[in-house]
Design a protein around this ligand. Structure first.
Ligand SMILES: Nc1ncnc2c1ncn2[C@@H]1O[C@H](COP(=O)(O)OP(=O)(O)OP(=O)(O)O)[C@@H](O)[C@H]1O
Ligand SMILES: [Mg+2]
Length: 320
């Protein structure tokens, strides 16, 4: 991890009652999974397809840093974090997980006047400050006046974000800023910097490996961002832990061991070390095992991620 602003994330405070609540949630989830293993094939297929976020070590680090930024007291030099990784490495999943926990509607244990929330936008196709503000307004379902001048829009955005107590702006596809002219890049960065300064609001940006360069043209902004890289998966203990966390989610009634040498070699070969592909390959194999009644996964069942099981296993119209 490159720490550009040299600020060290602190561990989140963990009260004993919070620990007990988390333990209770975990044992409930384990009991639910055990019950689901004996549900009908159709129910299990739906459940296997459902996204369950696995908190692998680098993701944990990014989540901790992002939640620290949300929970900390506002400071005049609002910090930023950029999370980079190859395509299909879990960047949007990270943003959506934070957003889900801190959406305006999510339940929260926050005690105070207006509980903090996060707002997420994509930076693709934006070339002006006005467009950045417009996208934020759309995202929070606030009315967008097409004729409003940039200063008016800026005012509406800052007022609205302040009213809903937005404590984190999440930016996805940050590298797309680099696709515009230098002048347009500066306008987009100006809007981000303005919001960070006027609202003392931290920013979590996400993008592919070169996304950090999007901030390079603004030294003030660049200096505020630390960087966490989501890894390409290799044959190491982290991968073993990831596969171990995946196994119970596959709801197979037989024994499943994805951690054998043969399985690991084949998974890495077929997925090119990309998390999204590893998950698709394993889930497809699990669905096939449910349909066929094999109830276990063997190396021969691991295929390319886009080699889907027969669609007849899913509900919906068929073409004959
Ligand atoms: N931590 C995780 N646990 C479980 N599944 C994950 C995790 N991270 C990513 N995935 C799965 O991997 C797939 C790709 O993830 P995601 O869309 O977040 O990648 P991305 O890095 O944003 O890709 P892109 O650069 O193409 O936008 C998704 O289907 C998602 O469900
Ligand atoms: Mg994405």
């Amino acid at each position: 991890m490159t720490d550009l602003n040299h600020s060290t994330p602190q561990p989140l405070p963990e009260a004993p009652d919070m620990r007990a609540a988390l333990d209770a949630q975990v044992s409930q989830a384990v009991a639910k999974k055990e019950k689901l293993r004996y549900a009908s094939k159709a129910e299990r297929i739906i459940e296997v397809q459902t996204e369950h976020v696995i908190l692998h070590p680098q993701l944990k680090k990014a989540v901790n840093r992002a939640l620290w930024m949300i929970k900390q007291q506002p400071r005049s030099r609002a910090p930023g974090l950029i999370v980079t990784g190859a395509t299909n490495s879990g960047k949007t999943t990270l943003g959506c997980s934070i957003l889900k926990a801190y959406s305006q509607l999510a339940p929260s244990s926050f005690i105070g006047s207006v509980r903090p929330c996060a707002v997420m936008i994509e930076l693709s196709g934006l070339a002006t400050s006005r467009a950045v503000y417009g996208r934020i307004l759309e995202q929070i379902n606030a009315p967008v006046n097409c004729n409003a001048r940039v200063a008016d829009r800026e005012l509406v955005v800052t007022m609205t974000l302040r009213n809903i107590n937005c404590r984190l702006l999440i930016l996805d596809e940050t590298q797309d800023v680099l696709k515009t002219s230098e002048r347009d890049q500066q306008r987009v960065l100006d809007a981000i910097k303005y919001l960070m300064n006027s609202l003392k609001m931290p920013v979590l940006a996400m993008g592919v490996e070169q996304a950090g360069k999007a901030f390079d043209s603004d030294q003030h902004l660049r200096a505020r961002f630390s960087e966490i890289k989501l890894p390409a998966w290799r044959d190491n203990d982290d991968l073993i832990d990831l596969l171990a966390s995946l196994e119970p989610n596959l709801l197979l009634q037989g024994d499943v061991n994805l951690r054998t040498r043969e399985m690991i070699t084949k998974l890495l070969e077929l997925s090119d070390g990309k998390l999204g592909y590893i998950i698709d390959i394993v889930k497809n194999a699990a669905i096939e095992a449910i349909i066929s009644g094999k109830e276990t996964i063997t190396p021969e069942m691991l295929r390319l991620p886009w080699d889907s099981p027969p669609h007849e296993a899913l509900d919906g119209t068929t073409i004959h």
